[in-house]
Design a protein around this ligand. Structure first.
Ligand code: GDP
Length: 443
């Protein structure tokens, strides 16, 4: 039996209206004590009265368990949004036996009562946090369950694997050479592919959620800072005529058609024996490592071989696999560029081609054109998935080496365990605490 909790669920401050939410077995009775009888799934206009005093005119909506957000009896009281009215109504409710809700406690109850699985509860937090269309889209689709369905299918595959192994165990007494494990191996390979695709999607998901990391690299003076300014539209990076002065990395963000882009501006890639400049080059490599998109800026007037060689060298220092490379031929106002496919001619200084650059950036992270059915966004899930992939590695090894089924089953259970931590079938106070404390009070 849980107690009844209450909190103001709208943001703190003054607004047109505010909502005080009550959840738990006493919710209806407490609310009716101040208003009037409430009908299930109906909004009721009432005067909120404490004793003889009229506190506010409100609309109280009652959601009878289990058809409510938390799965318990819930009453939402919409009152006028003055600080006084909100606080007074909450305090009145508390005096009648409800307890102040803790951060995320409503959502936590929804999870405990099976209204949401853990990944959906986390999606609620992401939804509330999302600041742009793409991260919003990801959160809402995670909440709506395509992802949950995929996890469920993965679980079923593992369960099937276990039952196949156990079937093998049943026959082992009879010393039957049971199955050549071909079917098992195929199933494992299929599961592995699915897990790897999901893990790969994390780079994209994480980028959309936290901003797509974009590194702008190229020799000193090719116009990297000017480009950044042209893109972001403000003079945030220092533009300079002196080669190699952009020594510190500067981060800036912008939203392109709903996608958050996070720029990592870097020092040039010039070869040098100068210690400081060398450090700058190292930093450039680090930035490229962190980036999902690399914008390589070259000067249109320079010979193509020069930057092609540099790009090759970049590839020797940094693993570019999975990164989108966009080559920009800058200063095309000075010399007309002849861009090949994958290249864009621009003039950072005069703002030419900037729109094209933005579209190329957007395209690289457009969910609609991505190959992923599901995009993983949650770092906790990603960690769990890596453990699942490890366990699959062990399962494969076991099958290859002809290990007895009961040993292989141990690794399958391990994989199932980690899968369970994503959906919340396996959960600890520690995990739940850290997830729900991300929420504010009232959520
Ligand atoms: P960075 O060292 O790569 O960051 O280069 P900067 O952005 O500091 O630019 C170096 C110089 O090139 C500055 O004098 C810029 O004004 C100039 N510059 C940048 N972009 C263009 C361009 O598109 N056309 C022309 N003509 N000059 C440019």
């Amino acid at each position: 039996m849980s107690d009844t909790i209450a909190a103001i669920s709208t943001p703190c401050g003054v607004g047109g209206i505010a909502v005080v939410r009550i959840s738990g077995p006493e919710a209806k009775q407490i609310a009716e004590g101040f208003t009037k009888p409430l009908a299930d799934h109906r909004a009721t206009y009432a005067v909120f009265r404490e004793g003889e005093a009229d506190i506010d005119e409100v609309v109280a909506t009652y959601f009878q368990a289990p058809k409510s957000f938390t799965g318990e009896d819930v009453v939402e009281i919409a009152c006028h949004g003055s600080r006084y009215a909100q606080e007074k109504i909450l305090q009145s409710i508390i005096t009648q036996g409800a307890r102040m809700a803790e951060a995320g406690e409503f959502t936590r109850r929804a999870f405990v009562n099976g209204r949401l699985n853990l990944s959906q509860a986390e999606a609620v937090a992401d939804l509330i946090d999302s600041t742009n269309a793409a991260s919003h889209q990801l959160a809402i689709s995670q909440l709506r369950g395509g992802y949950a369905r995929q996890l469920q299918e993965l679980r079923e595959s593992f369960v099937k694997l276990t039952s196949l192994m156990e079937l093998e165990l049943d026959f082992s007494d009879e010393e039957v050479e049971f199955a050549d494990r071909k079917e098992l191996k195929e199933l494992v390979a299929k599961i592995e592919r699915e897990c790897q695709t999901l893990a790969q999607s994390f780079q994209m998901g994480n980028a959309i959620k936290n901003g797509v990391p974009v590194a702008i690299v190229g020799r000193p003076n090719v116009g990297k800072s000017t480009l950044l300014n042209a893109l972001v539209g403000e003079e945030r990076a220092i533009v300079s005529d002196i080669a190699g002065t952009t020594r510190d990395t500067v981060e800036d963000t912008m939203v392109v058609d709903g996608i958050l882009i996070r720029f990592i501006d870097t020092a040039g890639l010039r070869k040098s024996n100068d210690g400081i400049e060398q450090a700058g080059i190292e930093r450039s490599y680090k930035a490229v490592e962190k980036a999902a998109v690399v914008m390589y800026v070259a000067e249109a007037s320079h010979p193509r071989e020069e930057y092609e060689q540099e790009l090759k060298e970049l590839g020797e220092h940094v693993n570019l696999e999975g990164k989108k490379i966009i080559v920009l031929l800058n200063k095309s106002d000075q010399k007309k560029a002849e861009p090949k496919s994958g290249e864009i001619a621009i003039s950072a200084k005069y703002g030419e081609g900037i729109e094209e650059v933005k579209q190329a950036l957007k395209q690289a992270f457009d969910l609609k054109t991505s190959n992923y059915d599901t995009v993983l966004t949650n770092a906790r899930h990603y960690e769990a998935l890596k453990r699942i992939i490890d366990a699959i590695g062990h399962i494969k090894e076991g099958l290859e080496q002809g290990l007895p089924g009961d040993l292989v089953v141990v690794d399958i259970r391990d994989a199932l365990y980690h899968l369970g931590t994503i959906t919340g079938e396996v959960s600890s106070e520690e995990i739940l605490g850290s997830i729900f404390s991300r929420f504010c009070i009232g959520k």
